[in-house]
Design a protein around this ligand. Structure first.
Ligand SMILES: [Ca+2]
Length: 75
């Protein structure tokens, strides 16, 4: 019996990962009103969930949500 990974399965996985990355980036950019690459508490308050979980997302407690922290939160 041949063991192989269906190409379509791999491709689907890659595509869904890429789509996810683009969506996360797009959402982050949209919230980052001043475009400085981090979300302040007032920028995050545009989104109810982010506002609610701000302290939880802000792992290093610097009062800003970085894209890395944002991505971690989405996972
Ligand atoms: Ca910002």
């Amino acid at each position: 019996m041949k063991v192989f990974t269906p190409a379509c399965m791999c491709l689907g996985l890659i595509l869904s990962c890429n789509t996810y990355a683009i969506d996360a980036q797009a959402t982050f950019s949209e919230l980052d009103k001043d475009g400085n690459g981090t979300l302040s508490e007032s920028e995050a308050s545009e989104d109810a969930v982010l506002h609610e979980s701000f302290e939880q997302i802000d792992k290093d407690q610097n009062g800003q949500i970085s894209f890395a922290e944002f991505k971690q939160f989405l996972q």
